[in-house]
Design a protein around this ligand. Structure first.
Ligand code: ADP
Ligand code: MG
Length: 408
């Protein structure tokens, strides 16, 4: 599959690039929206810069949040255009629509090497439509803006959407460097990983991660389970979990995983202690004083919000010496300091795997946000995947439409 070089001389050409700029925003006191984590924008810069340096007129396509197929100022990409400009070190023109007059005049006003960002593609019903014709009609309008298409939004390549899939069928196309790096890393996790290979799973739900467990349990040497999903495993082992997150309908599945691990010799490591509190933390309300209990003794009126210190140490020890690690899902409610220690310990252990020459991969939007929030340097990890859903679907063994479409 050819990279950007395969598109030939891009000097003076208009190139549409689909990036993933779906960053979290928060309204400030002055009512203006601020980007709280610009990781995805920074990850998108190298490809945009590469196209710009090749002399292309670069037209960036992206989405933000889930607007309902029509303009909604709460999901405008305007603040993202500003931040992208800061990171590129050159102003980014912003079009206030995606394929309308503003997009057309912005695109035609670009000089060689200049960059524009079009308004949220999801302000157009055609973007996410299940109807091929409706999506295709929108893709026709997108394609009319440019001479070539570069797919670099790894976070959306599992979506059959107009700006990801249909537009690639209408223009000469190439895979951007971010997408190809992501695919290379994921391939290393699934095809012949260096051993020991440790998978760490956490986050909120077992049900979100079932297919990944299915696919990786047979490949990994150890599986460490933390986060909200651990409680369903504890119940499967017969322990009480109080008011902790529990997916009743997944208890049987967890029982099967425990059995499978025992039969296949995969070491499945569950926490032995848990940080509990009386209520789920909230940024406004009172957070009850956390305490630590054994994992088999969570009181009825409490809920587990992080793995305990003994478990954090055991997880770090299980990761020491690993040559390949895939981590998806925070170990606790890391958004609150009182429940972030488990996540911190796992992140720290991954950086040590990298230092000693192993491959450490962080996947998942919240996990990536967690390592940044906890102050880790991104370069301390082998790879931080920008696409939660897309990397999980790849690891599940599914075909990604946005990748397949680039293959012809
Ligand atoms: P990712 O985006 O990395 O795939 P998920 O979306 O699966 O991760 O899960 C992230 C969320 O899981 C975080 O918001 C975190 O607060 C939550 N979480 C972690 N541990 C718990 C827990 N014990 N109880 C409830 N929620 C939890
Ligand atoms: Mg998430």
């Amino acid at each position: 599959m050819s990279g950007i070089d395969g598109l030939g001389d891009l000097g003076g050409k208009r190139v549409l690039v689909r990036s993933d700029l779906n960053v979290p925003l928060e309204a400030g006191a002055d009512g203006r929206r601020r980007i709280t984590d610009d990781g995805r924008i920074r990850a998108s810069v190298p490809t945009i810069r590469q196209l710009s340096e090749a002399g292309a007129k670069v037209i960036v396509l992206a989405h933000l949040g889930r607007p309902e197929g029509e303009p909604d100022s709460a999901y405008s990409l305007e603040p993202v255009a500003e931040r992208l400009g800061e990171l590129l070190g050159a102003p980014v023109a912003f079009a206030t629509d995606t394929v309308g007059e503003s997009a057309q005049s912005t695109a035609s006003g670009l000089r060689d090497g200049q960059v524009a960002l079009l308004e949220n593609v999801r302000f157009n019903a055609g973007e996410t439509s299940k109807d091929d014709a409706e999506r295709g009609a929108f893709a026709d309008q997108l394609a009319a803006l440019a001479d070539a298409f570069v797919s670099d939004g790894f976070g959306v390549v599992h979506r059959k959407q107009a700006s990801v899939y249909d537009v690639a069928q209408r223009l000469p196309h190439a895979m951007g460097g971010l997408v190809s790096t992501e695919i290379d890393v994921l391939r290393r996790l699934t095809e012949d990983p260096e051993r020991p290979y440790v998978v760490v799973l956490g986050g909120s739900k077992v049900s979100d991660k079932l297919a990944v467990i299915d696919n990786l349990l047979g490949k990994a040497d150890k599986l460490l389970v933390g986060g909200g999903m651990l409680f369903t495993f504890l119940v499967a082992q017969g322990h009480p979990v109080g008011r902790s997150l529990l997916e009743e309908d997944q208890i049987d599945t967890c029982t099967e995983y425990l059995q499978w691990a025992a039969d296949s010799g995969v070491e499945l490591v569950l926490p032995t202690d848990i940080v509990i509190a009386s209520e789920f933390p909230s940024s406004s309300g009172s957070t009850s004083e956390p305490s630590v209990v054994p994992a088999d003794a969570i009181p009825d009126d409490k809920l587990g919000l992080d793995i305990g210190p003994e478990s954090a140490e055991a997880f770090a020890a299980a990761l020491a010496g690993a040559r390949t690690v895939f981590w998806n899902g925070p170990m606790g409610v890391f958004e609150f300091d009182a429940f972030s220690a488990g996540t911190r310990a796992v992140a720290q252990a991954l950086t040590e795997v990298s230092t000693s020459g192993g491959l450490s991969v962080v996947g998942g939007g919240d996990s990536a946000a967690a390592v940044r929030k906890l102050g880790f340097d991104e370069s301390a990890f082998g790879h931080i995947s920008t696409g939660g859903g897309a990397s999980l679907e790849y690891l599940e063994g599914k075909n990604l439409p946005g990748i397949d479409v680039l293959e012809d």
